[in-house]
Write a protein that binds this ligand. Structure first.
Ligand SMILES: NC(=O)c1ccc[n+]([C@@H]2O[C@H](COP(=O)([O-])OP(=O)(O)OC[C@H]3O[C@@H](n4cnc5c(N)ncnc54)[C@H](O)[C@@H]3O)[C@@H](O)[C@H]2O)c1
Length: 368
């Protein structure tokens, strides 16, 4: 087994690229060789900021033989197209969420990767963080008995007040479900396994939207995908879940995720973060207990899933933030929208294998 760092090419140098490029330096098994963006100036600026040897076009990056993994940080509607080009060029891919915006393009990515014997990874990797792995350990050890239910709530007013280019949040592939659903659903699925049946009720509530961030302050966005959605989920393991995802409400006091078992309840920390407070109450208790985190990676460790996949490439072991899980999440997210539009339950055909738990007791930066 070679211990050489895995060479990474980053496509998409917008907002989220900074934290990936910063954190990649903390994993000895990652080496970012090149960055590319449609906007060449952005790629150049990121290369300078983070000392990446090369800023180039997407085409040039894909031709670089030394690059083993393409890290796809573009916008949702081009995720699948970039992933397919990267696989065709012989690269493994790790992509930001959502995995794709249609099931057919998501499936094409998985099929192409299987044929080419390449790995597919997908954000979010917050599920590998210390907060969420601690919850998983508690559930797996039976601390709350048999899981019977879960809730997931993400309600806010949207992103046009702060994101410099917020249009994609309100087009197909955006919306609160496709944007934030991956965090909540990946986490709940990592904890409870796949969903077999669901129902959804979805609406477009605020349309048009007026941008108040710079540089597009005052411009309007036509909203083309639901900005408020409620759903129910039947898990294959027997639990029943409730989800609300909204970009249309002024404020919200609900917990982010809770898991209910026959013997107790766990309050799960923010799935858009790695650490946070895990709280538990058992049957008969009056007070909640703060549970100490049993795993590392509690700060913003975006790139952890990529580093884990890079380790898998070198060792042959399975990786954890898989395309298979991301496709199941996509299938479920679209299922909520379809169920609402078609006025009926959706039987979820896809599934995934629950990834292995993270190892405890290793220093940050070391995966095995
Ligand atoms: N911004 C966040 O806080 C955040 C957090 C987590 C995940 N994400 C996800 O990360 C992805 C990127 O988000 P962002 O906020 O960085 O967006 P962004 O708009 O700031 O950046 C996207 C970049 O991709 C480039 N791009 C678009 N199409 C391209 C193509 N075909 N080829 C090459 N480059 C292309 C754009 O020019 C832009 O620089 C999204 O999928 C989003 O859901 C964002």
């Amino acid at each position: 087994m070679s211990d050489n760092p895995v060479k990474i090419g980053v496509i998409g140098c917008g907002n989220i690229s900074a934290i990936y490029l910063k954190n990649a330096k903390c994993f000895p098994n990652l080496q970012v060789e090149a960055v590319a963006d449609l906007d060449k100036a952005r790629a150049k600026a990121r290369a300078q900021e983070f000392g990446v040897p090369k800023a180039c076009s997407v085409r040039t990056l894909l031709k670089m033989e030394e690059i083993e993994v393409v890290l796809n940080l573009t916008i949702p509607k081009v995720h699948a197209k970039i992933n397919l080009s990267a696989i065709k060029a012989g690269k493994h891919v790790y992509t930001e969420k959502p995995f794709a915006i249609t099931r057919s393009e998501g499936k094409r990515v998985l099929e192409a990767a299987t044929q080419a014997k390449r790995l597919v990874g997908c954000a979010p990797d917050t599920i590998l963080g210390g907060g969420h792995q601690t919850v998983r350990k508690l559930i797996d050890e039976g601390a709350i008995g048999k899981p019977l239910g879960a809730t997931a709530f993400m309600l806010c007013r949207g992103h046009e007040t702060w994101h410099p280019d917020p249009e994609f949040y309100y087009k197909p592939g955006g919306g609160p479900m496709m944007d934030m659903g991956p965090y909540y659903l990946s986490d709940i699925m990592m904890l409870l396994g796949p969903v077999k049946r669901l129902s959804g009720s979805a609406q477009i509530v605020i349309n048009p939207r007026t941008i108040s961030s710079q540089p597009r302050n005052g411009q309007q966005i036509q909203v083309e995908t639901p900005d408020h959605l409620t759903g129910t989920m039947d898990f294959a393991g027997g639990a029943v879940g409730t989800i609300i995802m909204s970009f249309a409400v002024a404020g919200c006091n609900l917990p982010r995720i809770e898991v209910y078992g026959t013997e107790g309840t766990i309050c799960v920390p923010d799935p858009n973060a790695f650490g946070g407070q895990v709280r538990m109450i058992k049957r008969g208790e009056k007070e909640w207990t703060d549970v100490p985190l049993a795993f590392p990676y509690v700060e913003n460790w975006r790139a952890l899933g990529l580093a884990d996949m890079a380790r898998a490439i070198r060792t042959g072991r399975p990786h954890r933030a898989t395309g298979q899980l991301a496709y199941h999440v996509l299938d479920v997210m679209l299922g909520f929208l379809d169920s609402s539009a078609k006025n009926r339950h959706y039987q979820v055909p896809s599934t995934f294998e629950r990834p292995a738990a993270m190892p405890a007791g290793l220093p940050e930066g070391q995966l095995d």
